[in-house]
Design a protein around this ligand. Structure first.
Ligand code: ADP
Ligand code: MG
Length: 145
């Protein structure tokens, strides 16, 4: 599905709308340039899961997990940002591949194209962000099975 968002809020809302369809065990791979809206979209996902902690890009630590309290099946949101990951193989040292196998976890990965060879195609959503102008983004969401 292809969407055009005209402000920050609309992109956050798209993240919320995707999150309510999730059952646990999904990986949401976010692909797009700096400032294209990946973290905003992640905030929407977190909001829909009832996480009220502030979501910031975990740029220096690469990933952060949040406890989900109000759902039964989904227990954690794992937010990964690979912007500063030097080599794809480096992902293996982070220990997050364990997280994204889990059926009780939603894993959101910014700059996911850097590790595309390590992602299983099962339960994968690919979300591509295009920066059209200062307030407009084109966002394409595809489910892989
Ligand atoms: N339509 C839009 N969708 C998302 N963000 C937008 C939009 N219009 C303006 N913005 C702004 O663009 C920036 C996107 O930042 P961010 O989500 O951190 O990008 P990324 O994580 O992709 O680097 C925010 O400052 C946001 O307010
Ligand atoms: Mg970001």
């Amino acid at each position: 599905m292809e969407y055009i968002t005209k402000n920050t809020w609309e992109t956050e809302k798209l993240g919320e709308n995707l999150a309510v369809k999730l059952r646990g065990g999904e990986i949401i791979a976010l692909i797009g340039n700096l400032g294209s809206g990946k973290t905003v979209f992640t905030k929407g996902i977190a909001k829909a899961l009832g996480i009220n902690k502030r979501i910031t890009s975990p740029t220096f630590v690469f990933w952060r997990s949040y406890k989900v309290s109000h759902r039964s099946r989904i227990k954690y949101l794992c937010h990964i940002d690979l912007y500063r990951l030097p080599k794809p193989r480096g992902i293996l040292a982070l220990g997050i591949d364990e997280y994204w196998q889990r059926a009780d976890t939603i894993c959101v990965i910014e700059w996911a194209e850097k590790i595309k060879n390590y992602l299983s195609k099962k339960n994968l959503f690919l979300v591509k962000f295009d920066l059209i102008n200062s307030n407009v983004r084109k966002i394409i969401i595809n489910k892989r099975y």
